[in-house]
Design a protein around this ligand. Sequence first.
Ligand SMILES: [Zn+2]
Ligand SMILES: [Zn+2]
Length: 481
Amino acid sequence: MCSVDPDELTEMTRATGQLDICGGDVLCRKCGTGTAEVVLRVKDAYCRDCFLAYFVHKFRSTIGKSKQIRHGDKVLVATSGGASSAAMLHLIRQGLNETSHKQLRFEPAFLYVDESCLSENPSPGQEYIKKVCGEVTSLNFDCYVTSIEQIMSTQEMSPVLFTMEWSEEHLPKSKSLEEGMKDLLMACKSPSAKEDLAEQLRQDLIVQAAKALGYQKIFLGDNATNLSIAILGNVAIGRGSQLPGRVHFKSVHRGIEIYRPMREILQNEIQYYVEIHNLSAVQAPGFHLQGPSITSCTEDFVKSLQRDFPATIPTIFRTGDKLMSSSSEQSRRTSPEPGSGAGSCSEVCVLCGSDLDTEQGEASAVHAILISQELSQRKVGGDSKGDKSTVNGSCESSDSAKLAENSCACNGDGGCGSGGKDSKREHVLSQDQLEGYLCYGCRIIARELRNIQLLPIKVLGMAAEQERRKLMREQIQDFLL
Ligand SMILES: [Zn+2]
Ligand SMILES: [Zn+2]
């Protein structure tokens, strides 16, 4: 295996045993005078001061060199209470307190997403809200709280500001949304799809929260280790085309800018930083997969390789940095969000908000899979097609021509409830119709779902709206010049 050097290929070397600094007789390789307290890359020993200077520099330079975060920018920082979030909170507080030219000058507020309804033991959710948000507010920052099940809601619910007098009533809980969220994840047949779906919904909720609170910029706590795992994992789950948006410092998601200021820092470095500053890092209750998934296997693979070959993560990470999206960021930024009323909104996936990557040439994996599906459906005849395309008992047909007459997947007999504006059944779409508005990665999720009608109503609504527009366009096509 090789690591890519800017100029040449160099062979990746196997590490031969971690440097032992327990005796206190090893000196820092940077200053040469301080006693080593931290060992990085197996052999590189640093004293506390040199390590902290290196760590803080990595964080600030990641923000600084991009020139994207300007004086007075309002930034919503997503925090989970984990080590990466705890370190980021501390780094931001320190950076804002700084008096030199290195001072950070944006205006942060924090957001905590309560995922306790998805954990095995949902009861301690409130405890963690108090713990994580209390930590944030003790440093004089505003902290907002929302819950993961809000993604299932039809209405935009603004996150709630955490106060010292916090009690359970401050965050209204809805049993039906909680159940809807759980049912949706339970309906995923494979653990990998379940994990991917939870990830997409979490990110979308954070973006929605930023919009509701009036923030244009979001900070996420992704570190180099997570991102390296995501680079390999996302290729394996069918999201290879979305990698630049997933791992670069900046990406734009439904019109909101997402930044990853911790991306240059490795997980073990964060752990050292948390220990040195005695920060409180917690693993909040939430969605944790039981059993292996593609991502968890990728994580094991990358981490075990990293132990023997310390250049593994930097190599994967740098390679990911070089990936460019085929659609430029500019076009992404200027393209209207789904449901915003403009004609080109069909270019964005209704579930994850990424650019649609399914319009590829004949020599693509997507095309090959489509042909394979078509052939296998033909072989077994109408039965399998019927099963696949009709996902709701009230829907009799997925035939586009029929749809054009009725402007709904139902037969127009009112069975779909299309008269009621807020009715969930208004958005009854067949699997094939829905897939037309999903990216490749989300199509895999949709196929792994036992019932696509369990998806968030907003997602189904956006797809139904686009389907209606498509049919309308087809109907008036003959009258257009
Ligand atoms: Zn030193
Ligand atoms: Zn998608």
